[in-house]
Design a protein around this ligand. Structure first.
Ligand code: FES
Length: 67
């Protein structure tokens, strides 16, 4: 599931980043470089992005809580 097409990030990448660095939004953006391109992934779904970054954070949090 693509979260940021410009940085080639998937939901798994976001989960992995949160495991290592916690759930602070700006920290996760910084370590993954999410949104440092066209910026589309910071707002709404588009043709290139399945799960925009804000939603990916919520999903990743839920995944980590289940582990
Ligand atoms: S899709 Fe994330 S910056 Fe372009």
């Amino acid at each position: 599931m693509i979260v940021c097409a410009c940085q080639n990030l998937t939901l798994d990448d976001i989960v992995e980043a949160m495991e290592k660095h916690g759930n602070d939004t700006e920290t996760i953006r910084s370590v993954t470089c999410a949104g440092k391109g066209c910026g589309e992934c910071l707002e709404t779904p588009c043709e290139e992005v399945d799960l925009p970054f804000p939603y990916a954070l919520l999903n990743a949090e839920a995944i980590l809580k289940q582990r």
